[in-house]
Design a protein around this ligand. Structure first.
Ligand code: IMP
Length: 193
């Protein structure tokens, strides 16, 4: 069994990735098991930040590492909130304040197009010149008012294309099957296979 560190503290991501990678002979370990400090995410693109996080986790543990970086990009806002999605309305981070700010910025705006984006990066070692990259996008529209209680982040404000429910009203398993993160994970598994 080969070992891989997941550069994330999210238990849901660990469980999902462990299940997908176990059949490939890969054991996914949480970075908390190694006391990895929080990585800097100074870059303007998701892919650069995912690579930075993966390199940081690999450097701290001496193991191959997988990292993800994701967020919401709104067309009418030039791609914002983008890489600062989690802290769009500042610190301390708050999904409610982030959603309120998003809806305020889009007040009166007819173009409501947006997409969730997820970048995954896997490095074999900290200085790997050839990280494996996988990306997923999920297109939709931003509502005028939030709806639904499931999920997290901007889920209550986002209606995926072809749906009438927001991502906060969808069944979580149904969301994973079609989301930006689900697409990126399946692409990474295909690379590894
Ligand atoms: P993370 O880096 O994947 O933890 O996500 C960064 C931020 O992007 C989150 O805090 C959310 O604000 C937003 N985001 C990413 N993916 C989703 C999603 O599936 N639903 C809602 N918001 C998301």
């Amino acid at each position: 069994m080969k070992q891989l560190v997941l550069a994330s503290g999210n238990a849901g991501k660990l469980k999902e990735l462990s299940a997908l990678l176990a059949p490939l002979g890969i054991e996914v370990l949480p970075q908390s098991a190694f006391n990895v400090t929080e990585a800097e995410e100074p870059h303007p693109s998701f892919i650069e930040n995912a690579i930075a996080k993966a390199r940081h986790a690999s450097r701290s543990t001496g193991l191959p590492a997988l990292a993800d970086d994701s967020g919401l990009c709104v067309d009418a806002l030039g791609g914002a909130p983008g890489v600062i999605s989690a802290r769009f309305a500042g610190e301390p981070r708050s999904d409610a304040r982030n959603n309120a700010l998003l809806l305020e910025k889009l007040a009166g705006q007819a173009d409501r197009r947006a997409r969730f984006y997820c970048a995954l990066a896997l490095v074999r070692h900290a200085d790997d010149p050839q990280p494996l990259i996988a990306c997923g996008e999920w297109h939709g529209q931003i509502l005028a008012a939030p709806r639904g209680t499931a999920g997290f982040g901007y889920d209550p404000a986002f209606i995926p294309e072809g749906h009438e429910l927001t991502t906060a009203e969808l069944d979580p398993d149904a969301k994973d099957a079609i989301s930006h993160r689900g697409k990126a994970v399946r692409q990474m598994v295909a690379h590894l296979t």
